[in-house]
Design a protein around this ligand. Structure first.
Ligand SMILES: [Zn+2]
Ligand SMILES: [Zn+2]
Length: 369
């Protein structure tokens, strides 16, 4: 794993970072966005060059399209056998763009219009939107009357991995551990604890931290660049993290991001701050079996802008995860809580019958006799 150098960071800031995270760790953490040193905020990020492709459509040739094809293959929009990585906008790329636009509720023009490009360059989860050629998200669903221009979401869009893998029934107590090399502080670990709590609140699942990394069900690590699983990270922004479907339990985060742990962005507009808890809640969704959702407000939506905090599960997320695991018996998001009367009923006592209506009926009959 690559050691990070802080040579350009002023000493005071270095000490601040070191106090949060020991120097041996391979990731940047900041208590809040104002503590991110300017030297760690890049002028451009890996996908910014895509903005030069404005207006491109089928039939044109433009420098940079080859790289865009790689992008679409990375996220499943061009299948793995596609290898025509030149700068020609071919029919396969057009189909990929249209599918992408459908998934992200954009007008499916097949053209690289401003709203599509604006979305393509957003930081996002490294997991593909389309797995094994099976389009999940919105493009893979039958027509549901959903309008691309509508902001009203009435249809669920949660998805699962192919074959719907999940943790086996009866395995409700799951353990997680952090890569020892990362030497994460208590503050950082508590961010993950809160993220797990979001999912345990609505399911019968429970998550406990263990120190045994190799034996934990879920293994969390910060890595930079190529880290051995064929899905290298890409520096600041671009892909932020990825996680494997159950029961693999592998959860990797890009150590090059400027991870912010307090989540309080106020109204500032940081160039590269990424809210750790928001990304953690999303990736845990994958670890439990959820795929990406087309619902923009859902945790399982694939992109998240820098400086944005999104940690509350949406109805779409809750419905999806409960379809896999059922609800937490104590979850009262939509169910009424037990009343003393309910508890009395559950004691096995026979229900009491109300006979007063029979008395009324008797006198009514007398009137007609
Ligand atoms: Zn994801
Ligand atoms: Zn990885």
């Amino acid at each position: 794993m690559k050691e990070l150098t802080f040579a350009a960071v002023p000493l005071t800031l270095l000490l601040l970072v070191a106090s949060i995270n020991p120097p041996a760790a391979s990731a940047h953490f900041f208590p809040n966005i104002t503590s991110i040193p300017p030297s760690l905020i890049p002028n451009t990020t890996i996908w910014d060059a895509f903005n030069n492709l404005h207006g491109c459509q089928k039939g044109v040739k433009a420098k940079g399209l080859a790289k865009l094809k790689k992008y679409f293959q990375l996220f499943g929009y061009l299948n793995n056998s596609y290898d025509n990585f030149d700068d020609d906008f071919d029919e396969f790329l057009e189909f990929a763009v249209k599918t992408y636009q459908l998934n992200f509720n954009l007008n499916a023009t097949g053209e690289l219009d401003p709203s599509t490009l604006k979305h393509i360059v957003l930081p996002r989860c490294g997991n593909p939107d389309i797995v094994n050629g099976t389009s999940t998200m919105r493009s893979g669903k039958p027509s549901d009357g959903y309008s691309a221009n509508s902001t009203i979401h009435t249809v669920e869009h949660y998805t699962f991995f192919p074959n719907r893998p999940r943790w086996p029934p009866g395995r409700t107590q799951l353990t997680y551990a952090f890569l020892p090399d990362n030497q994460l502080s208590d503050n950082v670990r508590s961010v993950f604890s809160r993220a797990f709590e979001r999912w345990s609140e609505v399911t019968p699942l429970n998550f406990t931290e263990t120190t045994s990394f190799d034996r934990a069900d879920i293994r969390i690590g910060f890595f930079t660049g190529d880290h051995g699983d064929g899905e290298p990270f890409d520096g600041v922004l671009g892909t932020l993290a990825h996680a494997f479907s159950p029961p693999a339990g592998r959860f990797h985060l890009d150590g090059d991001e400027n991870w912010v742990i307090d989540g309080d962005f106020l109204n500032s507009s940081p160039a590269s701050a990424v809210d750790l808890e928001s990304v953690a809640v999303h990736e845990i969704g994958h670890l439990l079996g959820l795929g990406h959702s087309s619902v923009e407000g859902a945790i399982m939506y694939p992109t998240i802008s820098s400086g944005v905090r999104k940690v509350e599960l949406a109805n779409d997320d809750i419905t999806g995860i409960q379809e896999l695991y059922g609800a937490n018996p104590n979850y009262n998001g939509s169910e009424p809580t037990l009343t003393p009367r309910d508890e009395w009923d559950m004691s096995g006592a026979p229900p009491r019958m109300d006979y007063s209506f029979l008395v009324g009926l008797f006198f009514l009959l007398l009137l007609f006799v």
